[in-house]
Ligand binder design. Sequence first.
Ligand code: SF4
Length: 73
Amino acid sequence: MGECEFIEFCPFFNDKLENKPDKIEEMKEKYCKSNNLNCARYMVANALGKEFMPLELFPHEKQRAYLVIAENG
Ligand code: SF4
């Protein structure tokens, strides 16, 4: 696994989210640059399309991702 294919588009990676966690750079390394399959945002984009990625959703919020997918899938 390499970099996530949504890196250029993704609002999280491009610092567009309102609430930035302290560990944002660590999260980018952990998810965006290493393992996007574990990313909540990626899960939504993969299941529904990238236009369904909620703006305020962080990579570790998988429960929220499941809900978004269940509601829109
Ligand atoms: S936050 Fe998730 S979807 Fe966005 S670039 Fe990182 S791994 Fe990809």
